[in-house]
Design a binder for this molecule. Structure first.
Ligand code: 13P
Length: 248
């Protein structure tokens, strides 16, 4: 039985004050169950969150990580730095990074390896655009994004990683994938990993992301291959985020 994981992605929202109060409200309202819970916050709030979450089950993650270990890379944040601030997770390859900031399959694979080398669990985000879905390219796109990481890191690397399937057309649009649409892709991802290593496929957590809300979470999280959620908008409201967590 895989442990579920509910993870918030705050994106570029909030202030130092609101980040602290959101974090405190989540901790106060949390009835911890078997599922894991985490928030991926902007870098500059990580130190505050590290302190606030020290005695709580709420884990902290970053929204990206550099594809290099250290050196002359102005503006980048290394995995070593994330580790220093208590990050257990780092998102890599979020579609907003791929779309707006030029992250490629290759750089995402490098980020994945950098995180893992420091013991930060990479959360590999993959997913197709609407045009790609309409052109029946969903599986090709998701496979390509996944294979780039497997080629660089090796299949064993997935034994300590999380995957997030986030169809781009469902992110921030209010249009969520149906339970069956999401399950179909999650199953295919697990099968592709299973073709290389069944034990890793059985164990890896595959989260769904894209307009997950308290109202649709239960159905999605009830699907066989959906092991949790990566939640954007609804994670900015403590009650919505907790409602999703408590619906696991
Ligand atoms: P929304 O939940 O706002 O659609 O965002 C999903 C997402 O991108 C999480 O990483």
């Amino acid at each position: 039985m895989r442990q579920s994981l509910i993870m918030g992605n705050w994106k570029m929202n909030g202030s130092a004050e609101s980040a602290k109060s959101l974090c405190n409200a989540i901790i106060e309202g949390l009835n911890t169950g078997d599922a894991g819970i985490a928030v991926c916050a902007p870098y500059v709030y990580l130190a505050d969150l590290q302190a606030l979450t020290a005695d709580s089950p709420l884990a902290v993650g970053a929204q990206n990580v550099a594809d290099q270990a250290s050196g002359a890379y102005t503006g980048e944040i290394s995995a070593t730095m994330l580790k220093e601030f208590g990050c257990e997770y780092a998102l890599v390859g979020h579609s907003e990074r791929r779309t707006y900031y030029g992250d490629t399959d290759e750089s995402v694979a490098a980020r994945f390896c950098q995180a893992q080398a420091e013991g930060v669990v990479p959360v590999l985000c993959i997913g197709e655009t609407l045009a790609e879905r309409e052109a029946n390219e969903t599986f090709n796109v998701v496979n390509r994004q996944l294979d780039a990481v497997i080629e660089k890191a090796g299949i064993e690397a997935l034994s300590n990683a999380v995957i997030a399937y986030e169809p781009v057309w469902a992110i921030g649009t209010g249009v969520t994938a149906s339970d069956d649409q999401a399950q179909e892709v999650h199953k295919a991802i697990r099968e592709r990993i299973g073709a290389k290593d069944q034990a890793i496929a059985d164990k890896i957590q595959i989260l769904y992301g894209g307009s997950m809300k308290p109202a649709n979470a239960k159905g999605l999280l009830g699907m066989a291959d959906i092991d949790g959620g990566l939640i954007g908008g609804a994670s900015l409201d403590a009650q919505s985020f907790l409602d999703i967590y408590h619906s696991v």
